[in-house]
Ligand binder design. Structure first.
Ligand code: ZN
Length: 352
């Protein structure tokens, strides 16, 4: 490597890092209409994308995610832009890079890569090779535009995680992957935090960090981090990026009910539970992010929260996450098949 990677440098010099808030929900406030492709705004409204990035950097973000979540050819096809993957993703990375480089402290640019939206074999029709190639196409463009790390997020299936990581490898940058555990302590496709830990051990290249994003609320994300921390080897870097509270329909639009105060408590608790990279997902604005930064800077990490502390301060968690917290990995822990229990994966909690 010609010089130290910014993301790796930040991790090696700091005990925790603040990731950013949500791009998508902030773009709605800037005029994005439901059904529009936010990724096309990298070309038609780069100034608006830059303004969201700048607000997060100003609030204290150490890592900003590019506006490229739906930037694979499969997602762009919905907007007839499947042949513009390189143009759109390299623009996304360039915009973030410019904002990051304008900041006097080091800020890493993470190339966001979300699901293709297709169902993969054997349940669906998208093959591993097709998915891997689509992710590789996106990853190369994000790297060309100046990304420091590739950031695979909101994943739910083992097959797509494996394809995305294999595709991201094409760019030769560190790779981070986070899953959305939004279905009773598991992903939509049935993976628990313990399952993800096991899958990640077989990935090549090894992930620079892994964790959870989006989902069903800040409390549930902290519980997921607790459950992941129990399952992974010591030294694995965990990422928490929770939605800003719970989504609610207000006047026909989705609003998130989290206050800056709630997100500040979440940030501290996520760190205490074992996360080294903490940020927000849907609904998280620069105001929330600033409160998170202040909370993290106000004191060092404390002991891991108890389940009682967590639910008292941030709200209840799902029955599945609660059972996993107690060391239960089978059907009671949100499994729809009992497969996790049958294979006897993961570690038992000392509380169990
Ligand atoms: Zn989200």
């Amino acid at each position: 490597m010609q010089k130290t990677n910014r993301f790796s440098y930040l991790l090696s010099t700091r005990s925790w890092l603040l990731a950013d808030g949500a791009m998508g929900s902030n773009l709605f406030d800037l005029g994005l209409v439901s059904g529009d492709a936010p990724e096309l705004w990298n070309l038609i409204h780069p100034d608006r994308i830059a303004s969201v990035h700048a607000s997060f950097v100003e609030a204290g973000a150490d890592i900003i995610l590019t506006n490229s979540f739906g930037g694979t050819r499969y997602r762009l096809k919905l907007h007839e832009a499947q042949d513009r993957v390189a143009e759109i993703n390299s623009a996304a990375a360039r915009i973030a890079r410019q904002v990051a480089d304008a900041c006097p402290r080091p800020v890493a640019v993470a190339g966001s890569m979300g699901p293709t939206g297709e169902i993969m074999e054997p349940i669906g029709t998208l093959t591993f090779e097709q998915a891997r190639d689509a992710f590789a196409e996106q990853a190369r463009a994000l790297a060309a535009g100046g990304a420091d790390v590739l950031w695979i997020e909101t994943m739910s299936s083992r097959e797509e995680v494996e394809a995305a990581v294999a595709g991201a490898a094409a760019a030769g940058l560190p790779v981070v992957c986070t899953l959305s555990f939004d279905t009773n302590g598991r992903t939509m496709m049935g993976l628990s935090p313990a399952d993800f830990s096991q899958i990640s051990q077989a990935l090549s290249p090894r992930l620079a960090a892994c964790g959870t994003n989006c989902g069903v609320g800040a409390s549930e994300v902290v519980a997921c981090i607790h459950n992941l921390a129990k399952a992974v080897d010591p030294g694995v870097i965990l990422v928490a990026k929770a939605n800003c509270g719970i989504p609610q329909y207000v006047d026909g639009a989705i609003r998130y009910n989290g206050t800056p105060e709630l997100m500040a408590v979440y940030a501290r608790m996520a760190r205490d539970a074992g996360a080294r990279i903490i940020g927000g997902c849907c609904g998280t604005t620069a105001r929330h992010l600033k409160a998170m930064r202040d909370a993290l800077e106000a004191g060092a990490a404390g002991p891991p929260p108890t389940l009682e502390d967590l639910t008292a301060q941030l709200g209840d968690v799902s029955a599945g996450a609660r059972a996993q917290w107690g060391g239960e990995l089978g059907r009671g822990a949100g499994s729809f098949s009992g497969a996790g229990a049958a294979r006897g994966r993961g570690r038992r909690s000392s509380l169990g």
